[in-house]
Design a protein around this ligand. Structure first.
Ligand code: C2O
Ligand code: CU
Ligand code: CU
Length: 721
């Protein structure tokens, strides 16, 4: 008894002494170069009021996911927690307790999620997916407790809880009104926007329906002129894409030209390949080569890039890197080689923010020569996911001299599947449908599901099959990525394909759901024939993929060869933006899923923002970086997304002409690999990728947000034979 008392007393003394000292490195969320940004993803735990000692950290790590980022079907980010606890008192010194238990709960203190028991030192626990939350550690009678009923010991709060509602925006709005008094009135006209804007004039994007902005903010305009294709009565009326099946050596004529589209009850002039939306679906066999005669009938110089293909460098379609741009009216002949089975796509590689967004994109479906490459399915759906920014039935213009939306990228307010606002499909009950998904939007990351009404199995991504198929609730797909999923529709009825994400209203410090229906699958009561349920219920392991990857496993643990930091420089931002972004940066979502401030996002042009890839060894940036490799090299690259950038956000990083493995995200090893050409790097995240150098030439590495590549975020590396 006396011994116990002594210990308690000693403990209390040590505790007090400790409290006066600066915390030790282990006790704080110290930056760690291999882990996610501590400010956003590490929570400091402090003792409750009457607890004399104990400190700790709760690091938010993401469970390994086939999509690189773990989110639920509702769009909530999922974290498991690594606790590091120091100097805890004995639980029985605090009362009739035997153990410590960690909990997560919302600011309303309900519901409460039990994360698990924790101890002095390191413990791994639970899964949290609240928008904002508290982490609590309590002393409890038993590890079996279901609710925190014991004594509170340590606590901490998520970074998202730092957001507070305020009227700073309205204050800034007032200031702006005084500064720009004359501009405010034409802003008003622009915003009411019923008269269509004349050539070169801007039509402002509509406000987000959930979020109000100070009226004076609407005075702002981009510092570039508005471009839209000239309205034409002679341009062909676009028709849905056609399947073009090409054998080895066959040719295709591909023309990028103005087309008329009827969208939202109005006729608009957009662009199309061969008068189609999307461009022709080109189906070929693995190992074949086709010849494409491309002609540019758009207003911009351009080129066609064959995204994800390991083809001959001369035909990669990167203007100023692999070819001269194809001027308006001119042509170029591509020889396109298909080395890997899977789903790929083609798009312009100059001013994608304009040309691709106006409709220039198409899929390439490369069939494996192995008939058992995929499990059987009843049908296939090849879907290109996109969004379009419309105001009063017209398109919002594009920056002529330089892109608008240079920070956030251009979020559309109308979601499109294969160029249509409402995609539809009819299937039979029990059909297994194989979806080939490609995200062709400028910046939007989609989080797709069927409202839990159909099982989804993820099978393949950018360049082929996963090591192992996996069940998923939802598919998270960043710009330029591809996923192939098998879906079985077991029950008759209408099943919606939805995009569900968490959007943030920074002014009001509020999270809310954005849910969009992209299309509807009508499941008839007729039964599927043949019925593939038995094979669908199995998850396949793809031995050949694992065996191929085995050659690279010895490289997984090697030190990092190259590092790229991703950051931003801005100049001359219009007045309220800097304070606005400072305010936003209190908390940044791992992924900005939605454009909740359409006017603010719109007005920053590529003249005011420079997105940066910075080489860790030389500090060189973007096109000044000159990496050189040899054929056969295997290179480990660390990508670090700088959370402190004024407008930190996610970036889908794409590498041309090669393939890579995503080895780890925030230090968590990826346990199910697939060859990729694009990886999504959320805000403040760190990813290690292993790049196989398999194709000689000059290749680009860039962010696939269309406005970011135009705002500088690109580099070239050279591979010698
Ligand atoms: Cu899909 Cu360099 O691009
Ligand atoms: Cu590419
Ligand atoms: Cu980017």
């Amino acid at each position: 008894m006396r011994a116990l008392l002594l210990i308690v007393l000693a403990g209390a003394l040590v505790g007090h002494a400790h409290a006066r000292q600066a915390p030790q490195v282990n006790d704080v969320c110290a930056p760690d170069p291999s882990q996610a940004d501590a400010d956003l993803y590490c929570i400091e735990l402090l003792p409750a009021a009457d607890i004399e000692r104990g400190t700790g950290t709760a690091r938010l790590v993401q469970p390994s996911s086939p999509f690189g980022i773990a989110v639920s079907a509702s769009g909530h980010t999922q974290y498991s927690v690594v606790f590091t606890l120091r100097d805890l008192p004995d639980p029985d010194s605090l009362g009739p307790y035997t153990t410590f238990v960690a909990w997560a709960t919302t600011p309303q203190l309900r519901p409460v999620t039990k994360l698990g028991t924790v101890t002095e030192g390191t413990s791994h626990a639970g899964l949290v997916d609240y928008d904002r939350f508290l982490i609590l550690i309590t002393a409890e009678r038993s590890a079996e407790v279901r609710e925190p009923t014991g004594k509170m010991v340590l606590r901490g709060t998520s970074a998202s809880l730092r957001m507070q509602p305020h009227d700073v925006g309205f204050m800034l709005g007032g200031l702006l009104e005084q500064k720009n008094a004359p501009a405010a009135s034409d802003a008003h006209a622009g915003h009411a926007g019923h008269a269509p804007a004349g050539p070169g004039e801007w039509t402002a994007p509509p406000m987000h329906p959930e979020i109000s902005m100070p009226p004076a903010f609407m005075a702002l305009r981009p510092d570039v002129s508005s471009y839209l294709p000239r309205a034409s009565d002679t341009a062909p009326l676009a028709r849905p894409r056609e399947l073009v099946r090409l054998q080895d050596g066959e040719q295709l004529v591909l023309v990028a030209e103005p087309v008329r589209r009827v969208l939202f009850g109005r006729t608009v002039t957009m662009l199309g390949f061969n008068g189609q939306y999307p461009g022709p679906l080109i189906e070929v066999d693995e190992g074949s080569t086709i010849v494409v005669q491309f002609t540019n009938r758009t207003d911009f110089p351009t080129a066609v890039h064959w995204h994800g293909l390991r083809l001959d460098n001369r035909f990669d379609g990167a203007p100023h890197v692999t070819q001269d741009p194809v001027e308006p009216g001119a042509s170029f002949e591509y020889r396109v080689f298909f080395r890997d089975a899977g789903i790929y796509w083609y798009h312009p590689h100059h001013r994608e923010d304009v040309l691709q967004d106006l409709g220039l994109y198409g899929n390439l479906l490369v069939r494996s020569r192995d008939p058992g490459f995929f499990a059987p399915a009843n049908r296939e759906e090849i879907l290109m996911l996109d969004d379009l920014l419309v105001a009063d039935g017209a398109l919002v213009g594009y920056g002529l001299e330089s892109p608008t939306h240079a920070l956030m990228g251009r979020f559309g307010n109308a979601l499109l599947v294969n160029g249509e606002p409402r995609w539809q499909s009819r299937v039979r009950r029990g059909d297994v449908v194989r979806f080939f998904l490609t995200n062709v939007s400028s910046t939007r990351v989609f989080n797709l599901s069927f409202d839990g009404r159909a099982r989804i199995k993820v099978v393949a991504s950018d360049l082929g099959l996963y090591e192992r198929e996996a069940w998923v609730d939802n598919v998270t797909i960043a710009p330029a990525e591809r996923y192939i999923v098998d879906v079985r529709f077991a029950e008759a009825g209408e099943v919606a394909l939805v995009n569900r994400v968490r959007a943030i209203d920074h002014m009001m410090a509020r999270f809310f759901e954005e849910r969009h229906v992209l299309g509807v699958v009508t499941v008839s009561s007729e039964r599927a024939t043949p019925d593939h349920q038995a094979s669908f219920d199995l998850l396949r392991s793809n031995r050949a993929v694992s065996a191929d990857i085995d050659k690279y496993r010895p490289h997984f643990s090697r030190p990092v060869d190259r590092q790229l930091a991703i950051t931003l420089e801005t100049t001359d931002l219009p007045f309220p933006l800097r304070p606005l972004f400072n305010l936003e940066s209190v908390y940044r979502h791992p992924v900005e899923w939605a454009g909740t401030m359409p006017e603010m996002d719109w007005i920053v042009s590529g003249r005011q923002a420079r997105w940066i890839l910075r080489d860790g060894a030389t500090q060189r940036e973007n096109m000044d970086i000159d990496w050189r490799f040899r054929l056969g090299d295997v290179i480990k690259i660390r990508l670090v997304n700088d959370r402190t950038a004024l407008h930190a956000m996610q970036h889908p990083i794409h590498i041309h002409g090669q393939r890579f493995l995503v080895l780890s995200v925030n230090g968590v090893p990826n346990d199910n690999l697939v060859w990729k050409d694009t990886v999504l790097l959320p805000t403040g995240f760190v990813a290690d990728v292993l790049l196989e150098i398999s194709n000689p030439g000059k290749w680009m590495l860039h962010c696939h947000v269309a406005e970011h590549i135009e705002a500088g975020m690109r580099m070239v590396f050279e591979v010698e034979k």
